[in-house]
Design a protein around this ligand. Structure first.
Ligand code: NAP
Length: 324
């Protein structure tokens, strides 16, 4: 037991150390520098996004809808894309109200098309360019998830997921790229997933499409640097959206259920703020996931044998719980 007199002596010694040495000023100094750094980052983001023409695919729901709100509030000129006319109309009406109340916000345009239709993508790119005459930032956000075992899944389902998550965004990017190159200005953003870096069982088509996305946009970044086109790949972990509800299953039907992991995921509002910060600070590759999934990406590289064993055990457990 420490006596009260000894305790107060100890306390005094610690306080003396803190006040007499440079610890306190150093601490405040570091906090100040960090605060200033964050403030500068925020100012830089605002300046980059204000009045920029930003195209967002999949703006009808989840992360895309929140990105629309966040970029709109930051003063971007929006072109919102999706298939659901009603949802896009509701969003533009909502944004128009804040457009009226905020002096600097711009009224958004909408462009309706399906990412699985190459003809529609070419026409949509022309329509997008007509909205403001050019595009500064393209956010390839639209996507679909998948649930199923490889052995039960038809190749048509694999192709469908690749069409929406990979070939669609690639086609739209290629259609808009020439106008960016001509202006020697532009920024392409791909919303990938942590599953673009690690593959988890029963998500084969989704993980494959996101790995392909990561690979394509990494190549694009390197090839476009001399044309001053920036590329950002963002890999979120679970976000609380309808992604699992809208996921396709092995036979192509809709999964229709909210997964526990998705329900416990980050709020789309928060993730949209992080997307804005990543774009504003011209980040090249960003992981927006919790500690464990982020660590898993390192485990995959540093100890692949262990990673594969963990994934095989996860697959066994999942199969067992399905069969029970
Ligand atoms: N939620 C997560 O846990 C999570 C984690 C990592 C990454 N992500 C990624 O985040 C992005 C957004 O997903 P979310 O979570 O916001 O899911 P969501 O709520 O289901 O939204 C998906 C969006 O994609 C659009 N879309 C789907 N198929 C399309 C098609 N054929 N053509 C055009 N648009 C289509 C949907 O539009 P319609 O209204 O027309 O269907 C919807 O706006 C996706 O790329 C996803 O892979 C999500």
């Amino acid at each position: 037991m420490v006596s009260p007199a000894r305790k107060s002596l100890l306390k005094r010694r610690v306080m003396d150390l803190v006040t007499q040495t440079a610890i306190l000023p150093l601490l405040f100094g570091c906090l100040g520098i960090f605060g200033l750094f964050r403030l500068l980052q925020r100012i830089r983001t605002k300046a980059y996004v204000r009045n920029a023409v930003v195209v967002i695919t999949g703006a009808t729901s989840g992360l895309g809808r929140e990105c629309a709100r966040v970029f709109h509030a930051a003063g971007a000129k929006l072109v919102l894309c999706g298939r659901n006319v009603k949802a896009l109309d509701e969003l533009t009406k909502e944004l128009a109200v804040s457009y009226a109340s905020q002096g600097q916000a711009h009224k958004p345009f909408t462009v309706i098309f399906d990412l699985t239709d190459p003809g529609a993508i070419a026409a949509a790119a022309a329509e997008i360019l007509q909205c403001f005459g050019y595009v500064d930032i393209l956010i390839n956000n639209a996507g679909v998830s998948y649930r199923g075992a490889i052995s039960d899944t038809t190749v048509d389902v694999d192709k469908r997921v690749m069409e929406i998550n990979y070939f669609g965004p690639v086609a739209l990017t290629k259609a808009l790229l020439p106008s960016m190159v001509k202006r020697r200005q532009g920024h392409i953003v791909a919303i990938s997933s942590i599953q673009g870096k690690i593959s988890i069982p029963f998500r084969s088509a989704y993980a494959a499409s996101k790995h392909a996305t990561q690979a394509f946009f990494d190549c694009l970044r390197a090839e476009m640097e001399q044309d001053r086109i920036k590329v950002t790949v963002i890999s979120p972990g679970y976000i609380y959206t309808n992604l699992s509800v809208n996921a396709v299953t092995a036979d192509g039907s809709r999964y229709g259920a909210m997964d526990k992991n998705t329900a416990q995921g980050r709020s789309p509002v928060e993730v949209a703020q992080d997307v804005l910060a990543a774009v504003g600070n011209k980040k090249k590759d960003v992981i927006l996931a919790d500690f464990l999934p982020s660590m898993a990406t390192y485990l995959r590289i540093l100890a692949p044998g262990l990673f594969f064993r963990v994934m095989a055990s996860k697959a066994r457990k999942e199969r067992k719980s399905k069969n029970s």
